[in-house]
Write a protein that binds this ligand. Structure first.
Ligand code: SIN
Length: 331
């Protein structure tokens, strides 16, 4: 009897050891959820990250990429991250307003002249520290990723702000973007990215603002006869993870993952610059949509109409931060 009990205990112990060994051998799964097509700066960056991780840490970490809102939309991905259901995402900076006031800076119309200015600010001490403004909410920014400057697409030609009066525009969930369209007497409607094409196609809305690569990859240009090249705002991303997940990783793995991510971001940023040019041209070549270029006088009217929005958000964002970002336009 004694011998039977000892054998049973031994068998149970060895089963437990195998179980523990298997658990230790299981690769850590990182689910990376995003809302855009794979053929975009973010889609390509996410796939590049997956590739680099497989090459360098394949036995320890597995990245699963879910594009096109397949897993989560931008309206619920951050809650899912806080609950541990997804480990990486890269929502547009406009989609963090429930978590921090600071990132609203990037939505201010006509703040940055181009991506070089954006780079200068994002890499500065102030720009970097903003990535950590949601730590108390359990979220940590790991890096900025570009998409590009936004253009205005519409069912009607828009040359001056008065042309947009009374029109309905889809916006991301940002109070600054809401104020921006109200400033030109248009009606902003907060809707998820996954619904924009249908809303445009069915004419439930008149227009939207987005980058060349999103307008092209999601075929908005096929259902919007006019695109005004305003470059009025920025659409960039924050690659974000949960503090609990990130800090729970072994240190060596965390640092390897961070360097793979940095490399994927550099790659994605170059794609963003290239696609800004290529996708604009592809839209022009398609002849489905007319691209309207503004004269300096017309553009000045958009600036004059939209810029007062800055004052409205100065207290929340901080005048010093706004000044520092604007100063990045001067080389
Ligand atoms: C994205 O580029 O991730 C989506 C932007 C949008 O919602 O318009």
């Amino acid at each position: 009897m004694k011998r039977t009990l000892a054998a049973f205990a031994l068998a149970a112990a060895s089963t437990l050891m195998v179980g523990l060994a298997n658990a230790a051998d299981e690769p850590i799964v990182i689910k990376f959820s995003h809302v855009v097509a794979e053929n975009t700066p973010k889609g390509k960056m996410a796939n590049k990250f997956k590739e680099l991780v497989a090459e360098r840490m394949g036995d320890r970490v597995m990245v699963e990429v879910y594009p096109n809102s397949q897993l989560f939309g931008d309206d619920n991905v951050l809650e899912a991250m806080q609950l541990g259901d997804v480990q990486l995402a890269a929502p547009a900076l406009s989609k963090f307003s429930r978590y921090t006031d600071l990132l609203a800076l990037y939505d201010l119309p006509f703040l940055f002249e181009d991506l070089d200015a954006v780079d200068r600010f994002q890499q500065s001490e102030k720009g970097q520290s903003m990535m950590h403004s949601m730590k108390k909410k359990g979220l940590i920014g790991l890096g900025y990723l570009h998409n590009g400057m936004k253009q205005l697409s519409s069912s009607q030609p828009l040359r001056v702000p008065a042309d947009a009066k009374g029109l309905k525009f889809r916006i991301m969930s940002s109070p600054v973007l809401e104020a921006q369209f109200e400033a030109i007497d248009a009606t902003p409607l907060k809707k998820p990215f996954s619904e924009v094409f249908t809303l445009l196609q069915t004419k439930a809305i008149d227009g939207q603002e987005n980058t060349w690569s999103n307008i092209y990859s999601k075929k908005f240009f096929e259902v919007q006869p006019y695109i005004t090249e305003t470059n009025h705002g920025l659409l960039d991303y924050l690659v974000v993870t949960s503090t609990e997940f990130w800090m729970g990783l072994p240190e060596d793995l965390r640092s390897e993952l961070k360097s793979a991510l940095d490399e994927a971001i550099i790659y994605g940023n170059q794609i963003a610059r290239d696609k800004g040019i290529q996708d604009r041209q592809a839209i022009i070549d398609s002849k489905r949509s007319e691209v309207i270029e503004l004269s300096p006088e017309e553009r000045a009217q958009w600036v004059q109409a939209m810029k007062p929005v800055w004052k409205k958000f100065e207290k929340d964002i901080g005048a010093e931060l706004i000044d520092a970002a604007y100063a990045a336009n001067r080389r």
